[in-house]
Structure formats: C-alpha cells, structure tokens
Design a binder for this molecule. Sequence first.
Ligand code: HSE
Length: 285
Amino acid sequence: MLTVRAPATSANLGSGFDVFGVALGTPADVIRVERAPETTITVTGAGSEYIPEDPAKNTVGAVAKALDAPARIRIDKGVRPSSGLGSSAASAAGAAVALNALYDRGRSRRELVPVAAEGEALVSGEAHADNVAPALLGGFTIVTDDGVTQVDAAVPVVACLPEISVSTRDARGVVPDSASMDDVVDTVGSAATLTVGMTRDDPDLVGSGMRDDIVTPERTKLIDGYESVREAALEAGATGVTVSGAGPGILAVCRRREQRAIASAMVDAFDAAGVESRAYQTAIG
Ligand code: HSE
C-alpha cells in the first residue's frame, strides 16, 4: 500500500484570476492506494458525505483511468469540498502522485498536472489547473496557456472557512464579461507586485499585490460577513485579504507574529455575522 498527503491550495490570490495558485501546509487529504483488478473508492473525513464513491463520478476515478492504474483507493478528506481550498484538486493531485508511483508510470510531477486537471474537469466541468498545479508542485504557481511556472515561496497565511456553501458554478456566474482599462492596468500592477513578493517571501508585497477590482468584488457579495471579516483581519495586522479560489474561504496574508490574532479576529467577525467558521494558521509552501 502507498500513502500520499495532498495539500489544500488557494487559487487566484485576487489579482491572478485563473492564473495564480499556492500550496498550503494545512489542511490536507490523505490518499492510500493498492493495486486491484478494478478501481474502487472509499471516502471518509471532512464533507465525505457530499463526494461520490462511484469511480465514474469521482475525480480520483478519472485519474486512475487516465493513468491506466486500477486500484483500491481510500481518500481521507482533510480539505472540505466547496471550501475554496481546492478540495477536488487535492484528491486528484494526491491520486495522480500515488498511482503514478504504484504502477511505475514514470511521469514527472509537471507531467501529472494535465492528468489531475482532467480529473478535476469531471467534477467541475472545466479543467482549471490553478489548484492542481500548486498541489503537485508546491509553492506559488502561474498557469497560462504556455504552461506552468513554479516558484518556491514561504509566506504565512490564515485560511478562514465559513460554514456556508458557495458553488463554483455560482461563483463563476458572477465573473464580469469585461473590465475597464483602468481596472485591468491596476490588476496587472498588483499581479506583478505579488509575483515579486513571492520570490522574496515578502508578506507586504504579496498582501498588497492581491488587490483586484474586477472579479473579487463580485464574489465577495456571495459570502455573508466578508467585509467585516476582511476589516477585522486587516486591523489585526493582515497585509492583504482576498477570497480563496471560488470561495467561500477567505485568505489573509500576514507576518508570523500576527497570525494567531488574525485567525481569532476572522473567526470572531464571522461569529458576529452569525456564521460559524474555522481558521487554519498555515503557510504558502
Ligand atoms: N480559478 C478558479 C475560480 C478556481 O476562481 O473559479 C476554482 O476552480
């Protein structure tokens, strides 16, 4: 039997919609695989009741098929589905790594990105690699039509997950069709700032580079309490706050010394808005 830990990820980071992604230290899925004549899937853990075990309907089943690697697969979910922390990407990436090793398929992590993205497409309808790329490669990733650029990065963050559900379909439905040139120019400036911040492990540059006036303002309307949670995190010392992936998770970038206070402030602010939440004090890496 082979066991792989697959990390949560956060896509977009505000200014890098459908392009930027980061791997997070926690939470994570644990995937166990052993060779079998045909693929079976068992899912336990966070939100497992919402995940189909039928291999034809599970991201991991699609990955097993793509690698021609039938297996008994057990998924222990640490990354809750519909959280904005790349739940299906964690399972798809973890299964790709585990099955590639189990059957000696010899694919590199980079070569596994499209395999895991296809698995994701089965569930979400579209193959976005902005979660599977960081789940497979770690650190900070930039996904474009030309491929994936990866940078090792280490920046503290708080990922706060409210107990509300926002479907990726709804979150994509509010993305505007067009943007003003001013907003595009500002967002390009932010994205460039964030990228430099990642290469320097600089929470100030990463935080200020998350600013996005195109997609994020539309998505925050889907998250009860977002504005008060954002303000609370900034007051407690966060250098930047944005929606994690398609939401409803919220990501706050910070210095290590303020992390605990930011986590409490975010949970308290959600609480005041009548929403239960859980904060992970973790790091990009
Ligand atoms: N970039 C994607 C989005 C991530 O924000 O919709 C979720 O698949």
